[in-house]
Design a protein around this ligand. Structure first.
Ligand code: UDP
Length: 505
């Protein structure tokens, strides 16, 4: 490794800005950070991405390809302590957790990488660290090295501001019931939530708060924050962010659309094996009319309970529209398989639905003309990817900040039809989440796909799609913001070099 590092350092001109990217190994965090790292490299920055071997696999080809094209970008691997945390080789990403037990083991393995990473920070002599929010300790590392730390947040400005506002003002305390509404303090729109829709660690102070609170606190101790967002989506919340968090921020999204602009979407993104040239789901989509199919996905982490899978299957079967549904299984669900197998067979015969097991080529699906809308868990990347394809959404948040994102889609941007979820619950929690019934699901689908209101929703999504394309063009806001950030970092490097040479002289 050290020989490699020396070589890498030799090949790096002294005037060049060297930025380290430290992603957290879960697709919702990694995808936007890798895209951002590649954008930095395309604009003249020397980039090192630190990750583990299994986590590098899904994007290594893209990085090698960028490198061959002359960009200074490389991956630096650290060893995942699989044996130490009792995991088989290659299980290194949060998305591999099929149970709470596995989730804790993987998270523990990731936290044990700290010492290796800190050594690399020293060896690689970066000019800046772009750190995922989940590593609050990088504030101290950057400060020891005398370089800026940039907080990389992989969701919306609105959700970050909501978390800060709720932690500070605790507006949900003192309400009579968990389902009473309160308004988020300091927001330009009267955004209403209930206590049940907040992540548990925000609702009450618990063990998990000890993990999350330092992350959010570390944001205001950073040089600045990077957001995969754009002005037409939430410029008002960028202002709120400035007043609540008090640091500079740059919105440079949508990064996925930007980095794939010239190449077309990457087929193999997020999975280890390359897909065939044309995945079967696309061949199936080719037989469908434009805008006639719903894409149903709950992101990279969520696995639904059997009761919920059954309701969703019935809801989709009877909603009157075609669908593609990605199903991720949980541990111990083998006995429940026969229902889904029969359902899959039935859908194959009627040609009404297509089931994808485990992992979908989401970017390819969303950009297919037959797709007319998405049922989404409101993960920020899925939202941006849908809007970049001009698609309206049925919102079905599950956990974490997804309920805040739902409010942005439904109340502010008006590009989402809510299915009506009431409770924020991690899929692997001990007690089961409330089950959304088949009628509620079918009702939301009809509203989106058939009603006048749905047409308006679609029109607004298309408008945002146009804006998302303009903002990443030369001269667009996101484009300018990225250039501004790179210039800021270069000036900082130059002024530090000047003051050092004054001291030496
Ligand atoms: N994704 C995918 N195929 C899947 C599930 C997810 O490619 O079957 C990608 C998706 O395109 C997005 C990311 O994984 O880039 C998921 O991030 P998001 O913020 O939407 O949700 P999370 O998985 O973090 O809940």
């Amino acid at each position: 490794n050290l020989i490699y590092i020396e070589k890498a350092m030799d090949s790096q001109p002294h005037h060049e800005l060297h930025v380290i990217f430290l992603p957290y190994p879960t697709p919702g965090h990694m995808n936007p950070m890798i895209d951002t790292a590649r954008l930095f490299a395309r604009h003249g920055v020397s980039v090192t991405i630190i990750t583990t071997p299994a986590n590098a696999l899904p994007f290594q080809k893209a990085i090698d390809c960028d490198f061959t094209r002359g960009y200074h970008i490389r991956t630096q691997l650290v060893t995942f302590p699989a044996a130490e945390v009792g995991l088989p080789e290659g299980v290194e990403n949060i998305k591999d957790s099929t149970s709470m037990e596995l989730f804790y083991r993987i998270a523990s393995g990731i936290s044990k990488l700290k010492d290796q990473i800190k050594l690399l920070f020293q060896d690689l002599h970066p000019d800046c660290i772009v750190s995922d929010m989940c590593y609050p300790w990088t504030v101290e590392s950057a400060s020891e090295l005398g370089i800026p730390r940039i907080f990389f947040y992989s969701s919306s400005y609105l959700s970050d501001c909501a978390t800060h506002s709720i932690l500070r003002h605790r507006p949900h305390e003192g309400l009579v019931s968990d389902t009473d509404k309160f308004t988020i303090p300091g927001f330009p729109h009267g955004i209403e939530m209930t206590r049940l829709q907040l992540p548990e660690w925000e609702r009450i102070t618990n063990e998990i708060s000890g993990f999350f609170v330092p992350m959010f606190e570390s944001e205001s101790r950073s040089y600045g924050a990077l957001y995969n967002s754009f002005d037409e989506l939430e410029s008002e919340y960028k202002q709120v962010h400035k007043s609540i968090v008090g640091i500079k921020s740059w919105s440079i999204g949508p990064v996925s659309a930007w980095v794939n602009k010239d190449d077309g979407p990457k087929v193999n993104r997020g999975q280890k094996e390359d897909l065939k040239e044309e995945p079967e789901c696309l061949t199936w989509l080719n037989t469908k009319q434009d805008e006639s199919v719903l894409y149903v996905s709950f992101g990279s982490l969520t696995r639904l309970s059997h009761a919920q899978l059954v309701e969703l299957a019935h809801g989709l079967e009877h909603c009157g529209h075609n669908f593609i549904w990605v199903i991720r299984k949980k541990e111990g669900s083998e006995n429940e398989d026969s229902f889904l197998q029969e359902f899959e067979e039935k859908m194959k015969e009627s040609k009404k639905g297509f089931i994808i097991w485990n992992w979908a080529p989401q970017l390819l699906i969303l950009n297919h003309p037959a797709i007319g809308g998405i049922v989404t868990h409101c993960g920020w990347n899925s939202i941006l990817e849908s809007l970049s394809a001009g698609l309206p959404m049925i919102t079905w948040p599950m956990f974490a900040e997804q309920f805040y994102n739902e409010r942005l889609l439904v109340d502010v941007l008006k590009v989402g039809v809510p299915v009506g979820v009431k409770e924020n619950k991690f899929w692997a929690s001990k007690d089961m989440a409330h089950v959304v019934g088949r009628e509620e699901i079918a009702k939301a689908v009809v509203q989106l796909m058939e009603k006048e209101e749905g047409r308006e929703t679609r029109r607004r999504a298309r408008k945002l799609c146009d804006a998302s394309k303009k903002t990443i063009e030369k001269g667009g806001d996101s484009y300018n913001n990225l250039m501004q950030l790179i210039d800021d970092l270069k000036s900082l490097k130059i002024s530090k070099a000047h003051s050092r040479s004054r001291l030496d002289g």
